[in-house]
Design a protein around this ligand. Structure first.
Ligand code: ADP
Length: 553
């Protein structure tokens, strides 16, 4: 250092007499003290014990050896240039030759410490130009200042975040007012940890809560109320959006929540994150809208659509069944018709042979009868289609109706080798007002089917019981026609009462109907205010039941 010629030089006697006194005084000082040559190698002239301690050495010799005996050896190599320049500048400008610098040192144990150094430039007669320096260990204070600076920096950031939050929530608040929805916000630190959660007053109110005490500002207040079925999906979307540092994902979910006083309701939540430059989240803000009404309307619309679709499908099925029916019917009509024309031609040809002609005419008659049955059925079905079945009630005995049916079918049952039983004992009321002809026809259809679809050796039982509980003046009756025949499979069982439906299975009797009998039967029963049902198992048999209420005669 050559610049000291320009400095104002203070004269203080540091000579052989004063040095021991200085040594004596400064050695006991708690702070460090040293003197060094301002010139040349800046050689140390004197160091006190406190300085030796700061460097983690125990003796002057150890210290001198470690430092190398110069001021330069004492300063952290990285700080040396700055320190020397700073001392030089300060001394040049100060009238009293004082300087103040702070720098790092490296202790003998390798630890870095901060030193605060107050120096003074003095000219002595014994050593020429010297600096004498007081030092203090400033490490603790330095670290404190550093952490204060960090805290300040963090506080600044937080303030910035809050400002941003206010800015974003302002716009959102307006949206919320328009949508009459709730609002929420969350704040994150630099590590990406959620440090605060805030639910708006409206948000709480929508769930039936009114203050922080019963709905605290924590995430669980919300997440605990999400429907179990929706929870996993909602939370996944929520956290995935936070974790998407590229900021491409947006958060928008619909889910159910348990409200305090209105049970489960549907909500829509959408949120947006603002991010730092590195993509880490800063603020998550969002809205919360009750969409229960829309959801219910949607559901109602869906149900309605489903009904329409079902109806359409049914209509299509009916249309298809009808065209199959028409096809079958023309076929069924053609056979007896061919017989009528064919045998009539033959009869005409053999008109002179009376016997032969009579035979042909019998065949014509039989074919005409078949035609008549078909045409009657068609008339019945057209009645069904137009919804017109006339019911004319007269007083009649229900057992009588059954006995009459039995007498009609007994002979046929015998021919088919079927056991037939009819039971109607124990009726509380035998006489009722009903349409004898319609009831007989309905029962006849069921019995006729039982005969048709039961192979020889089978059993057919017809029964009538009266149930209790009918209103005063009425009787409630159940007719059952059970057979041990071929039965009906499950799929067909559902269609069995529909017009034009018949199963193209082999029929033991060889006969084939038009699939109208049961449709006609159901129509009659329903017109009488009753209901018809069937239970059947393929291969085991079937049981048809008619339940109907008649007024007592
Ligand atoms: P059909 O005039 O063809 O007999 P139905 O409406 O009376 O018409 O019956 C429709 C179909 O239901 C029949 O073709 C038959 O396949 C089935 N079915 C009706 N009754 C019985 C029964 N007792 N056992 C088995 N199958 C039956």
């Amino acid at each position: 250092m050559n610049a000291h010629e320009n400095r104002q030089i203070l004269s203080l006697e540091l000579n052989e007499q004063t040095l021991p006194a200085i040594e004596q005084i400064t050695d006991g000082m708690p702070g460090g003290f040293f003197i060094y040559h301002a010139d040349g190698d800046e050689e140390l002239i004197y160091v006190n014990q406190a300085l030796i301690n700061i460097f983690g050495c125990s003796s002057k010799e150890e210290f001198t050896e470690y430092i190398g005996g110069t001021f330069r050896g004492l300063v952290h190599p990285e700080d040396l240039q700055n320190v020397e320049e700073s001392i030089y500048n300060q001394i040049s400008m100060s009238s009293k030759g004082v300087d103040y610098v702070e720098y790092r040192i490296i202790r003998k144990d390798g630890a870095t410490r901060w030193i605060r150094d107050y120096g003074r430039f003095v000219h002595t007669s014994l050593y020429g130009d010297v600096f004498y320096v007081f030092v203090e260990d400033a490490t603790e204070r330095h670290l404190r200042e550093l952490s204060d600076a960090r805290a300040l920096q963090m506080a600044r950031e937080r303030l910035e975040v809050l400002r941003q939050l206010e800015h974003e929530t302002m716009a959102l608040r307006m949206v919320n007012e328009i949508l009459s929805s709730g609002m929420w916000s969350m704040e994150f630190n630099r590590l990406g940890e959620m440090v605060s959660v805030n639910w708006s007053e409206e948000f709480r109110a929508m769930l039936g809560y009114h203050d922080e005490a019963d709905f605290p500002d924590v995430l669980e207040s919300w997440s605990n109320l999400i429907h179990e079925e929706d929870k996993e999906y909602v939370l996944k979307e929520f956290y995935d959006t936070i974790a998407d540092y590229k900021g491409k994902k947006s958060y928008s979910v619909e889910y159910r929540m348990l409200t305090k006083d209105q049970g489960w309701r549907w909500f829509w939540t959408a949120g947006k994150l603002s991010r730092r430059e590195d993509g880490s989240p800063v603020i998550y803000v969002g809205i919360f809208v009750d969409i229960t009404r829309q959801k219910l309307t949607d559901e109602a619309l869906n149900a309605q659509r489903k009904l329409l679709e079902d109806a359409l499908q049914q209509a299509q099925q009916a249309k298809q069944a009808r065209s199959i029916f028409l096809h079958n019917m023309s076929h069924e009509l053609r056979n007896p018709m061919n017989a009528v024309t064919g045998f009539t031609t033959l009869a005409k040809k053999h008109i002179d042979n009376k016997q032969q002609a009579a035979k042909y005419l019998d065949k014509v008659m039989s074919a005409a009868n078949d035609l008549q049955v078909l045409i009657e059925n068609l008339l019945d079905i057209s009645h069904i289609e137009s919804g017109k079945v006339d019911i004319s009630e007269t007083s009649c005995s229900l057992p009588d109706i059954l006995w009459e049916l039995e007498s009609i079918v007994r002979a046929e049952a015998k021919i088919r080798q079927l056991e037939l039983s009819v039971k109607c004992s124990g009726l509380a009321h035998e006489n009722v007002f009903c349409d004898r002809q319609q009831l007989s026809q309905a029962l006849m259809n069921l019995i006729g089917n039982a005969l048709k679809f039961t192979p020889a050796g089978g059993k057919i039982s017809v029964s009538l019981t009266e149930s209790q509980g009918a209103p005063e003046g009425y009787g409630f009756y159940i007719f059952k026609v059970r057979d041990t025949g071929i039965g009906i499979n499950k799929e067909f069982l559902e269609l069995i009462f529909d017009p034009f439906e018949r199963k193209h299975a082999a029929i033991p009797s060889g006969g084939s109907g038009m699939g109208l009998g049961l449709a006609i039967t159901r129509n009659i029963v329903e017109t009488m205010g009753g209901s018809i049902s069937v239970e059947s198992e393929e291969g085991k048999g079937s049981e048809f039941s008619i339940a109907v209420q008649f007024s007592l005669a």
